[in-house]
Design a protein around this ligand. Structure first.
Ligand SMILES: Cc1ncc(COP(=O)(O)O)c(C=O)c1O
Length: 343
């Protein structure tokens, strides 16, 4: 079979032999009884890493985000988020379906909105006939904007605004690890500006399944109840939590390599005439590039014929996601293939 280089997503990474060994060796128990030692260890470890009182293991990032929003709100409440937020575009309308809440969208620039943009959207407390603003949600790094990092000063200012108006803040930190690896700002330093945070283990970190949410004891107690109600209580789940622990301890340090792969590839693409790319926007492991000489569908098909898989990123735009299962050699090979297709 010809080699396939798969840039569609960092969720495609497969557990390594060492990770599988950690899964094999995992001590397990019934996590619905809170008796799985490996899950308990993972939760303690992530809570500590993110500087919060407590944590809860989740089957997916989406469930993590949705449980956080559910616990922070009442039906009829409103969450302010970017117009390209994952919770708005890619979570199946779950805020309305599961929590009876609406989203008020901010016109962020490349996924980043400022407090000045948010303040006019906060509903006056006296306006009982309007939805009640409850949460400001931030995504870091921002997936649809192309792995963009939200500057820490901006995050701090958003927290200050939330405090001024008595609002909660939630961080969709599916790829917070990437932001931290790139900036050197710890995940705890990012998390301290949020009441609740969701982080994924199954993206760039390479675990097959799982996310973790963190917050204070009261929040996690309630989240535990909601997770059960939504069918997310799992039993001897230490076998996969072990992969998560392994992923954080061993793969976090490798994320910068993924960013380097993206930068190498983007730089090369920028030198091809028919490609449009803003190198300033290539910050982590995701980037977009525009094509001038064919449609996105044509480009996707041509890439596929040459053994490269990509997802569309918009009109005449393709998205590249680098990850652990793509080697630097494959990046070099992709450079040649892209040159052949797009020149
Ligand atoms: C920013 C962001 N948040 C949440 C999720 C949801 O994660 P999951 O696929 O584990 O539900 C994703 C998935 O790609 C994501 O990119």
């Amino acid at each position: 079979m010809n080699e396939v280089i798969d840039f569609r997503s960092d969720t495609l990474t497969k557990p390594s032999i060492e990770m599988r060994k950690a899964m094999y060796d995992a001590e397990v128990g019934d996590d619905v009884y809170k008796e799985d030692p490996t899950v308990n260890e993972l939760e303690r470890y992530v809570a500590q890493l993110l500087g919060k009182e407590a944590a809860l293991y989740m089957p997916s990032g989406m469930m993590g985000n949705q449980i956080c929003l559910n616990v922070l709100t009442q039906p009829g409440d409103e969450v302010i988020c970017d117009r390209d937020a994952h919770i708005f575009i890619y979570e199946s309308g779950a805020p309305a379906m599961l929590s009876g809440i609406s989203l008020y969208l901010v016109d962020g620039k490349k996924g980043i909105f400022t407090p000045d943009q948010v303040e006019p959207l906060i509903r006056p407390e006296s306006a009982y006939y309007m939805p009640r603003t409850r949460v400001i949600e931030v995504e870091n790094t921002h997936n649809r904007a192309g792995g963009i990092i939200n500057p820490i000063e901006n995050i701090k200012a958003i927290r200050e605004l939330a405090d001024k108006h008595g609002l909660f803040t939630h961080l969709d930190g599916a790829r917070l690890w990437n932001a931290s690896a790139e900036t050197g700002i710890s995940v705890a330093d990012y998390s301290k500006y949020f009441d609740t945070v969701s982080v994924c283990l199954s993206k760039g970190l390479g675990a097959p399944i799982g996310s973790v949410i963190v917050g204070d004891h009261g929040f996690i107690k309630e989240a535990f109840r909601v997770r059960k109600a939504w069918g997310g209580g799992m039993r001897q789940v230490g076998v996969i939590a072990a992969a998560g622990l392994y992923a954080i301890k061993n793969n976090f340090a490798k994320l910068k390599d993924d960013h380097e792969k993206a930068k190498i590839l983007a730089k090369h693409l920028s030198e091809i005439d028919n490609i449009e790319i803003d190198l300033d926007l290539v910050q982590t492991n995701i980037f977009m590039f525009g094509i001038k000489n064919m449609t996105a569908d044509e480009a996707l098909n041509k890439c596929k014929e040459h053994g490269i898989l990509l997802n569309p990123g918009g009109v005449n735009t393709l998205r590249v996601v680098t990850h652990m299962d793509i080697s630097f050699e494959q990046v070099e090979k992709s450079k040649e293939i892209f040159e052949k297709i797009f020149s």
